[in-house]
Design a protein around this ligand. Sequence first.
Ligand code: BTN
Length: 256
Amino acid sequence: MRQRIPVPDVLLQVDSTNRHLAQKAGAGLPSDVSCFAEQQTAGRGRRGREWVSPFGNNIYMSIYRKLNIDITAIGGLSLGVGIACVEALSGLGVTGIGLKWPNDILFDERKLAGILIEVTGEQGGAASIVVGIGVNTRMDPVEAKAIDQPWCDLAEIGTNQELSRNLLAARLLEGAVRVLDRFEQYGFSPMRDHWNRYDIYLGKRIVLLQGVKSISGIHRGVNEQGALLLECEGSVVPFHGGELSLRQTVENRRGG
Ligand code: BTN
């Protein structure tokens, strides 16, 4: 199996590492390129949100890769990258973290890291994909006022060892590249059990939101494509990522 780790560009400031690589891909950049930035002035989150990206402490990174995959399977790739992030963090002594479908890395139900996968083009069966990862390592408390959801950073969580941001960046890159390789060969299904092991809402009552619509049920894990399996009214229905977002129910928050 190939494991080509692209030597990353390290930028001081960029609007968005995802956009930066997508633009280069559009201009004919060869596949397998990665970049890190110290600051993003227009960091992008899922569902049109901003990713607050102040200078100098957090990790903002992207990888551009041409993949021979069916583009409709892309949801599973995002889950796979989430697993790689949890494993990179755990490998460096970060404990108590887990995944929230489809692609949030949480601690204490607050967001520590997020993943944004964007498809920049398709040609002859190959999809041009940019995988973006943002990790709050030490969030500036003033800038953090702009974050519109519960969040945390690694500085708050702490580890039993000194955590090197460079080492974490290297492990994230290595892990994400490994997932891209595996996903291209085998798809999401061999990663499914790993996902279910880290999913903090597995077996719990949840609500799925899509715009103003909501549906509640019991979270029964994910299927071979990475779709969330929701048990509602006696049957188990798969839901694919897209614009969906998951919320815990009030009973869960009370510890039910
Ligand atoms: C989310 O959870 O909403 C996804 C957040 C993804 C943020 C990262 S930071 C590096 C890369 N560049 C971006 O503009 N976004 C992603």
